[in-house]
Design a protein around this ligand. Structure first.
Ligand code: NDP
Length: 335
């Protein structure tokens, strides 16, 4: 059995040496346990936060412990009455190819309904984040303009597509021409802006002639700076992620722009509201039903970026934080 543990806490961008691959005998399930073999491991931006000791909404990973992560796993041995060998489950097995579980938190998946990897993407945590954050906090109305960055990723791509289904103008921001073309040509966004372009703020302004009513914040940094002046009165900003800052070592140099921000919040009556997907756990069934339906009807598309082999996870994860992925980043651990 192989697993990847946290070897050291990164300062700034994670390095391959912050991770360590270890081997151990495959464990035997005890009474009431199942042995899971990982098929798919999800790599997600939040994992950067777990590598740091700083207090957040979740516990940090301890040095020497396996990295946390959602997985789609197969039951390969069972001494648990509710699980049979061959069952496919959604699990939190982390960065390892085998794990024991007492069944807590496992959800059985039906491979005949959708490809099992979608339980980590469009029909999983990232999809639920897009759906709940946009609908509850963004509250998009027909005719409004919705902007989202990291728009080619699993969260952003669903935000833009739901915005279209709600009759909005959807503008995506993504890194590079390939991702931008994908947003417009494949996913039906009205416009896409490359955040690497020097004149990105001007292009964004031109793409939002009636200003911005909903900005789904995934990024922060220079993208937020470009969005901020365009926010309309009563704009809503679901604050979902700030991936441009996850590797930051310190605050950027001044001047202090907080008064500018707060004056705008006041005078333009902006709503900025942070959320964690589990805040909306009670809406999981609505999400599953509605997004599965849209998928079946071909109204929603998704894209996966698959890396082969557990040993590739550190490099792929480091790349995720700077946009090397194109679509939901997954590691195929076993087929
Ligand atoms: P993605 O697959 O979209 O990966 C992150 C993307 O961020 C990269 O691919 C890159 O795309 C973009 N990015 C990185 N740095 C920058 C930068 N400096 N400026 C602009 N874009 C940048 O990830 P997800 O869809 O899984 O997650 C999207 C966001 O949602 C993240 O912030 C994540 O933390 C957050 N999230 C929050 C949850 C919650 O409960 N609040 C739950 C799940 C996710 P590009 O090539 O376009 O630059």
């Amino acid at each position: 059995s192989r697993r990847i543990v946290l070897a050291s806490r990164p300062v700034g961008e994670p390095k391959p040496s912050d991770f360590r691959l270890e081997s151990a005998p495959v464990p035997e399930p005890g009474e009431g346990q199942v042995l899971l073999q990982t098929r798919w491991l999800s790599l997600d931006p939040y994992m950067r936060g777990r590598m740091s000791a700083a207090k957040s909404y979740a516990q940090p990973v301890e040095i020497g412990e396996p990295m946390v992560g959602g997985t789609v796993s197969k039951v390969v041995a069972s001494r648990h009455p509710d699980f049979a060998v061959g069952d496919i489950v959604l699990s939190q097995s982390g960065w390892q190819d085998h794990a024991l579980s007492d069944g807590t938190g496992l959800r059985k998946l039906d491979p005949s309904l959708a490809p099992i990897s979608t339980a980590l993407g469009v029909l999983g945590m990232p999809g639920m984040t897009a759906y709940t954050g946009l609908l509850n906090i963004g509250q998009p109305k027909s005719g409004e303009t919705v902007v989202v960055a990291a728009a080619a990723g699993p969260v952003g791509s669903l935000v833009g597509q739901i915005a279209k289904l709600k009759g909005c103008r959807a503008v995506g921001i993504a890194g590079g021409p390939d991702k931008c073309r994908y947003l417009v040509e494949e996913l039906g966004f009205d416009a896409a802006i490359d955040h690497y372009a020097a004149d990105m703020p001007d292009k964004l302004r031109a793409a939002c002639p009636k200003g911005i009513d909903v900005y789904f914040e995934n990024v922060g940094g220079a993208v937020w700076d470009a969005v901020f002046p365009l926010l309309n009165d009563f704009a809503r900003v679901p604050v979902c992620g700030l991936v441009a800052h996850y590797n930051a070592k310190e605050l950027p140099p001044g001047p202090d722009r907080l008064p500018l921000l707060m004056s705008a919040v006041l005078s333009r009556r902006l709503t900025l509201r942070g959320f964690i997907v589990r805040d909306f756990a009670s809406q999981a069934q609505d999400f599953q039903r509605e997004v599965s339906q849209w998928l079946r009807e071909g109204k929603i598309k998704y894209r996966e970026d698959v890396v082969e082999g557990l040993e590739k996870a550190p490099e792929a994860f480091i790349g995720l934080l700077k946009g090397k992925n194109f679509g939901k980043l997954l590691v195929r651990v076993a087929s």
